[in-house]
Design a protein around this ligand. Structure first.
Ligand SMILES: C[S@@+](CC[C@H](N)C(=O)[O-])C[C@H]1O[C@@H](n2cnc3c(N)ncnc32)[C@H](O)[C@@H]1O
Length: 272
């Protein structure tokens, strides 16, 4: 298995939309739990992750936001509802874009927030047109995340900020790992990088890394919760996927839960 093309990624998100809604809710990203985790639901915890990432940024009135890989729009809607900003979100999945625009309208934000289909590998925006570029759990899908980061740097205005939530490759007891117990990693469908490599690519793109929070221990419960929920959705899931794919997906959730080398990072960088 190699990395699916952006087109295939978009198709997959749209064809499993109903299932994804029931599995993850409005946010298609990890949740964030405290230590001890308490009884936050997956929905509450995913909203907290959005807030944690936003907390790494200074959002100013009038800022113009680009959300790369916007899902059904929830993170950008939450940001725009909390701050006097404008924004545009992009996704490679057409159905997500339609829903995100409808959801922004329902939230009374249509004049400030819009969504469109675009491939992040080829951002259709002029240089220096955004104050904030936000990529929450989308870069791992990209054929080349460093290319997207260079694109993000291009469209940021001087003084603009980049916020990223992404998978992370961690050392276990100080020893480098390749996380090969996770079959998506072993097969090349998911590429993970260590924090130092991340920081050096941000610098190469002309950005100054400002914050990096390894939140792996706070996000890890996501996989166990998702596995539990997926099992409970077995009957509905089997209407969309075969029994074999169901078992493979479930075992992948468990692999993420069990592999300590797979982590999660929140990053912020600034364009000088
Ligand atoms: C895990 S979801 C995260 C969605 C959203 N950021 C959230 O937190 O709810 C990944 C998103 O990245 C988008 N995506 C993947 N590859 C893309 C590409 N090449 N260009 C634009 N969007 C892409 C998917 O369509 C999806 O919306």
């Amino acid at each position: 298995m190699t990395k699916p093309t952006p087109f295939k990624v978009g198709q997959a998100y749209d064809s499993f939309a109903e299932l994804l809604d029931q599995l993850w809710g409005e946010n298609l990203h990890h949740g964030y739990w405290d230590d001890p985790p308490g009884d936050l639901t997956l929905e509450e915890a995913t909203t907290r992750l959005t807030d944690k990432l936003a907390g790494l940024l200074t959002v100013k009135p009038g800022d113009h936001l680009l959300d790369i890989g916007c899902g059904i729009g929830e993170p950008a809607i939450r940001l725009a509802a909390a701050h006097d900003i404008t924004g545009v979100g992009i996704s490679i999945a057409e159905g997500q874009v339609e829903r995100a625009n409808n959801r922004a309208g329902a939230a009374g934000l249509a004049e400030r927030l819009s969504f469109r289909v675009a491939d992040a590998m080829d951002l259709p925006f002029p240089d220096e047109s955004f104050d904030i570029v936000w990529a929450l759990e989308s870069l791992h899908h990209m054929p080349d995340r460093w290319h997207v980061i260079r694109q993000a740097a291009r469209v940021l205005r001087p003084g603009g900020r980049l916020a990223i939530g992404d998978f992370l490759l961690r050392r276990v007891d100080g020893v480098p790992s390749d996380a090969s117990s996770v079959d998506l990693v072993r097969m090349g469908a998911l590429k993970l990088v260590e924090l130092d490599e991340y920081r050096s690519h941000l610098r190469e793109a002309g950005l100054v890394p400002e914050a990096a929070e390894d939140v792996s221990d706070r996000t890890r419960p996501s996989w166990g919760k998702a596995a539990e929920r997926f099992e409970a959705l077995r009957e509905q899931a089997l209407q969309h996927i075969g029994a074999e794919q169901f078992e493979t997906t479930l075992s992948r959730f468990r692999q993420f839960d069990d592999e300590p080398a797979v982590g999660y990072v929140l990053l912020a960088a600034r364009k000088p």
